[in-house]
Write a protein that binds this ligand. Structure first.
Ligand SMILES: Cc1ncc(COP(=O)(O)O)c(C=O)c1O
Length: 393
């Protein structure tokens, strides 16, 4: 953890009030934690294994056309919050189809997956609730825990027995067990059956973030809860983003009708946020319909991930065993991970790069997305590029 510099706190010169930001940036730079934006050109020649466009739908003509048509028909913006003017008939149509596809009673669309997670965590808990949250959960779940007024316990990663023990000891009348379904860095799946059993044994609800499971796991990409036989259960709620498999933008909470009603009436990131833009709604709806019509896309994403991981392992690299569409490859250290990702980019391959403190376990790694639309030649190219640029060690 970098300490913010203490200087410039008491200055009275207006030009100096933000001096401490430069000092903080300098400390981050020295720790190798500088982050920079790179503007992507429309026609990027680089092979993309860094995005979350798992099904390759973001550029699909039916999806982009639906986005354009929605903007032309409903306007460029939603014009207001969902409870005022920001709910169009298109929003309602998307919610009905998402709920039906996911196998739940109801769905509620948000302006992002981040907002959906904040909504679920803050609206479904109170000071009399214990939240048990997996140590590797996504930042948006962690922030939701922080915003809630509940007691929060950070539980060991993917460990239903540990979660059950914490739930058993609690004094709070209510409890919520929270986990990603697929962890975003390594792509490993949560033990959902065990977590659901632990929650149920101790009268807790289960909240899962299926951002990386929707469109990839379960029959036809119906998600991790379908894969685990838990879709539609009365004590289970899921969140997801529309920005990964569905190639659009936005988020959703999926679950029992009374949960969704409660969110509509109480969730601050629903009530005090402008509705999702019609173009994003139209795109997500078109992508969902495509996935329904072409369920093999989900299977293909999983197959590409398994192939990619096996080929990288054969090449002597330390690849994870993917449970969904994310493959991670270990690097010897943080500097090597950064240099490796840069070498890949220079060779025409975009990959994600994670190093501590973004990853909690101390291992730096590259993160690869196995898109359903990758060709065998592109998989060959990716494996070759990662092998020839791999650092020693
Ligand atoms: C697991 C997980 N949950 C939530 C989000 C946030 O979704 P959004 O980008 O739609 O805000 C992400 C990433 O973007 C994610 O990986």
């Amino acid at each position: 953890m970098i300490q913010h510099p203490a200087t410039a706190r008491r200055t009275s010169a207006p030009a100096a009030v933000f001096d401490w930001l430069d000092e903080a940036a300098e400390l981050r730079a020295r720790a190798g934690l500088t982050r920079t934006l790179r503007a992507r050109p429309a026609q990027d020649p680089v092979l993309d294994l860094a995005s979350n466009d798992y099904l390759g739908l973001t550029h699909h003509p039916e999806v982009t056309r639906a986005a354009a048509e929605a903007a032309l028909r409903w306007g460029a913006g939603a014009t207001g919050s969902r409870l005022v003017t920001g709910t169009t008939e298109l929003h309602a149509e998307l919610e009905v189809e998402l709920a039906d596809f996911y196998g739940v009673e109801a769905a509620l669309v948000f302006s992002s997956g981040y907002a959906a997670n904040l909504a679920a965590l803050t609206a479904l808990t109170d000071p009399d609730t214990l939240i048990v949250s997996d140590a590797y959960n996504h930042a948006s779940l962690i922030d939701g825990c922080r915003l809630s007024r509940a007691d929060v316990h950070r539980a060991p990663h993917a460990d239903p027995d540990a979660a059950a023990a914490v739930l058993a000891e609690r004094h709070q009348p209510r409890a919520l067990l929270v986990s990603d379904t697929v962890f975003s860095v390594d792509g490993n799946a949560a033990p959902l059956t065990g977590l659901a059993a632990a929650a149920r044994a101790h009268g807790a609800a289960l909240l899962v973030d299926d951002a990386h499971g929707l469109g990839v796991l379960g029959a036809g990409g119906r998600g991790a809860l379908t894969a685990a036989g838990l879709a539609g259960e009365p004590d289970v709620v899921a969140t997801a983003t529309l920005s990964k498999s569905l190639g659009s933008q936005g988020g959703v909470v999926l679950g029992p009708r009374r949960v969704i009603r409660h969110l509509v009436e109480t969730a601050r990131t629903f009530i005090f946020d402008t509705g999702l833009a019609p173009a994003a709604v139209g795109a997500a709806l078109a992508a969902l319909r495509l996935l329904r019509a072409e369920p093999a896309r989900a299977e293909r994403a999983r197959e590409v991930a398994l192939t990619l991981a096996a080929r990288l392992t054969d090449a002597g690299l330390r690849a994870s065993e993917p449970d969904a569409a994310v493959v991670s490859v270990r690097a010897p250290g943080p500097e090597q991970a950064v240099a490796w990702a840069a070498a890949c980019r220079a060779a025409g391959l975009a990959v994600g790069c994670f190093r501590p403190p973004s990853v909690p376990d101390g291992y730096s790694r590259l993160r690869l997305t196995a898109r359903a639309d990758l060709t065998d030649d592109q998989i060959d190219l990716a494996v070759r590029t990662l092998s020839v640029t791999a650092p020693l060690g």
